[in-house]
Structure formats: C-alpha cells, structure tokens
Design a protein around this ligand. Structure first.
Ligand SMILES: NC(=O)c1ccc[n+]([C@@H]2O[C@H](COP(=O)([O-])OP(=O)(O)OC[C@H]3O[C@@H](n4cnc5c(N)ncnc54)[C@H](OP(=O)(O)O)[C@@H]3O)[C@@H](O)[C@H]2O)c1
Length: 214
C-alpha cells in the first residue's frame, strides 16, 4: 500500500486523543469516533485534539488507512467486524478487570489481542500502544535519533500491516520494535516487565529477547 495518510481512532478518551494529537503533529489527517454522535465528539475534540475530524465509526473506518482501537476492551463486541475486514487495525486495548469488569474470555487469555483478532476475523490486526501510558504517548515522543527516544513494541500476523504500523509509530516519535506474529504480543502484555517501563529501543529489544540485529 502507499503511505498511510488518514488515521482513524475509535475511542475519544485518554489514549485515543493522545494518539490523535501525536498523529496530527506528525502531519496525518485524523478521524475520531466514539459511541456518541459525531457532533458531541466534535465539541470534545476542539479542546483535546484540535484539527481531528469527528465522524461516526463506519465513516472513520471507511475513510482511514489505519484504524486504532482505543475504546474500553469491555466494548470490543460493539466493533463492526465486517467493516474492519481487510483493514489495518492497531489494538491498543488492555484487559483490566477492575475497570472492564470480569470478562471470562480474557481471564487467563495469553494476549487479549488474540481474542480480539478472533472476533475481528479478516482484520489485519497489530497490537501496539498498549504498554505505554497516554501521558507518555503525549510527552515522550522524540525525533528519530534522539538518545531519549522510547521503543514501542508491535506484533501482528500480517507483515505488510506490521510495516505500515511501524512507519506510523516512527512518525509519531517512537522507535518501533517488531516482536513478530500476534502471539508474540504476550511478551508485552499487561503484567509483563516491559509494561509501562518506558524503555528505549535497545532496552526493549533486550527485555523482549530480540537480537539487536533483527
Ligand atoms: N489510559 C492509558 O494510559 C492506556 C494506555 C494504553 C492502553 N490503554 C487502553 O486503551 C483503551 C482506552 O483507554 P482510555 O484510558 O483511553 O479510556 P477512556 O479515557 O475511558 O476512553 C475510552 C473512550 O472510548 C469511547 N467508547 C466507549 N465505547 C465505545 C464504542 N463502543 N466505540 C467507540 N468508542 C467507544 C469512550 O467514549 P463514549 O463512552 O462517550 O463512547 C471514550 O471516549 C483501554 O482498553 C485501555 O486499557 C489505556
């Protein structure tokens, strides 16, 4: 595919608007939807991600090259699986029972993204952005080559989707660290040592046991 230009974000909360702000700063067009009418979100975006366009979910999905899932995981079954088929989708959602409630399908699941991928059959799902707090997405982005630049892990079964997401991460201000197929996202799931650790690329690779040359 040609370089992604439009980023769609489902979820207008802390993570969704942080990614929206970074994407706008990086020169992307940004569309955002939540479960509310577009007019309500437009009002919020004026203050949280000025320049992002509010739309309903179907429009966001249809018009975007990459779609970011930044809604509560407890709502994943409201996602329009048919519309997301064939789309590059970044799953930033984590399972956290104290806020999501107990969801049996995620209890003991190796990585929540594998469950989400089963539901979103045919989507080109890449897990990323889940191991970094929203305030770090905002505050820790750095230009390429900056010694303080953080690493951002990503995993997915579709190599072309991984490549597109790696480019997106790089433009947002982080060093992409590809871990491999979706199952490898277990290595940076909630509760792992890298989760929330704020590691640089080499530190993240070492923690994930990825050879430096890879
Ligand atoms: N907070 C963090 O630092 C952080 C970091 C990494 C990953 N995450 C993960 O990212 C996800 C979002 O976290 P958050 O902290 O951004 O939550 P949040 O601030 O509560 O925002 C969630 C957003 O999703 C929207 N939403 C709810 N149901 C929706 C639906 N069916 N379709 C589309 N949008 C919907 C909500 O708006 P309405 O209810 O008005 O629709 C709200 O805008 C969670 O899975 C979380 O585990 C969070």
């Amino acid at each position: 595919m040609s370089d992604p230009k439009v980023i769609g974000i489902l979820g207008a909360g802390r993570v969704g608007t942080a990614i929206a702000r970074r994407a706008l700063a990086a020169g992307y067009e940004v569309r955002v939807a939540s479960s509310r009418p577009a007019a309500d979100i437009a009002l919020v975006l004026q203050f949280t991600a000025s320049g992002a366009v509010a739309a309903d979910a179907d429009q966001v999905i249809a018009e975007s090259d990459i779609i970011v899932l930044a809604l509560p995981l407890s709502k994943y079954r409201s996602l329009p699986a048919g519309a997301l088929r064939g789309k590059i989708v970044i799953d930033a959602m984590n399972y956290w029972a104290p806020t999501d409630g107990t969801l049996p399908e995620f209890e003991g699941a190796p990585s929540s993204s594998e469950v989400v991928a089963d539901y979103l059959d045919g989507a080109r799902l890449v897990r990323s952005f889940n191991h970094m707090g929203y305030h770090e997405i905002d505050g820790d982005a750095r230009p390429a080559g900056d010694p303080d630049r953080r690493g951002m892990a990503l995993a997915g079964d579709d190599p072309a989707a991984r490549k597109a997401v790696a480019g997106f991460i790089d433009r947002l201000g982080f060093d992409p660290v590809e871990t491999g197929p979706l199952a490898s996202a277990r290595g940076f799931a909630i509760g792992t040592p890298v989760f929330g650790a704020g590691l640089k690329r080499t530190e993240l690779k070492s923690a994930l046991r990825i050879p430096e040359a890879a």
